[in-house]
Design a protein around this ligand. Structure first.
Ligand code: OGA
Ligand code: MN
Length: 286
């Protein structure tokens, strides 16, 4: 297969042309795709992927072990019946029944950053898209780190930060109904370094996000808030963003270790959006 990789912004994100995941791809092609993803700072677009749920799962598995739905939780209804590897993101209802999670990720976040070993990657496949709206915005957290001043980098180097589901319940549209009460949500947390090292590229990336990040450990709340608010603003400066306008059958792969994202919830009056997501497990941060 003849692979072409072209950037989607001057310094972040790429599109791969010439790969058809409805056909079996060899290891050599897969490694080229994976490398293109790493080289693009963790955002890769493959258009026109008319693939089944099984093909989406099989391709995702080549990146690593997948997370599967935990049964019996408030979120389990959103997994695809028969395919617990696929989480459905959608505003659609059929006979009054939601076909996915409507309000998924409508705030800056890195998937599962409240977990001790957050997911490495997520692969989102667009099956139905509204005529307008419903974009996803990505931020390059390598560049967010690299564009800090040297004294700021030195100060952040030692800091640890708590991420929690409770923070998301308090600050975002992440509904409390998904996590029980606020105490339980607060208990779903993890402590990570503010600056994490990407285990493959060995580059440093800022690892805070407005949705899940609660506070910096061991400093007064007012200082923590001031520093975090600065970092949230710094990491979302326009030069640091790629806004993806979806087409049907797009597959976007993002690296949660060096990118964060934001689902723009502006489309609901305009049509239906229906997406399938797989999630690849990751390692503890360092
Ligand atoms: C997600 C998510 C973004 C979107 O599935 O993790 O944040 O645009 N979705 O649907
Ligand atoms: Mn997400």
């Amino acid at each position: 297969m003849d692979l072409t990789v072209r950037p989607v912004t001057p310094g972040f994100g790429a599109e791969v042309l010439g790969v058809d995941l409805s056909q079996q791809i060899g290891d050599n092609v897969f490694q080229q795709v994976r490398q293109a993803w790493l080289d693009a700072d963790g955002i890769l677009l493959l258009r026109d992927q008319d693939i089944t749920a099984e093909q989406h799962i099989d391709f995702s598995r080549r990146f690593g072990e997948l997370s599967v739905a935990a049964g019996g939780t408030a979120l389990s209804a959103y997994y695809l019946p028969g395919h617990p590897e696929i989480y459905r993101v959608s505003n659609k209802k059929v006979d009054g029944k939601p076909q996915g999670r409507e309000d998924a990720g409508t705030y800056w976040h890195s998937d599962g950053s409240w977990q001790p070993a957050p997911p490495m990657a997520s692969l989102l496949h667009a099956l139905e898209i509204p005529p307008v709206g419903g974009d996803t915005i990505f931020a390059n957290m390598y560049r967010a780190y690299e564009t800090l001043s040297a004294p700021m980098k030195r100060m952040l180097e030692e800091l640890q930060v708590v991420h929690s589901l409770g923070a998301a319940v308090l600050k975002t549209s992440y509904g409390k109904e998904y996590v029980g009460n606020i105490e339980e949500a607060m208990a779903k947390n993890a402590t990570h370094p503010v600056i994490r090292t990407h285990p493959e590229s060995k580059r440093k990336a800022l690892f805070v996000n407005k949705g899940f990040t609660s506070h910096i450990v061991g400093i007064p709340q007012a200082e923590s808030e001031a520093i975090l608010n600065f970092l949230f603003e710094h990491s979302t400066m326009p030069e640091n963003l790629y806004r993806h306008r979806w087409q049907r059958h797009d597959l976007v792969i993002w690296d949660n270790r060096c990118a964060m994202h934001y689902a723009v919830a502006d489309y609901k009056a305009h049509g239906d959006r229906y997406m399938h997501r797989t999630t690849v497990k990751g390692d503890k941060s360092y």
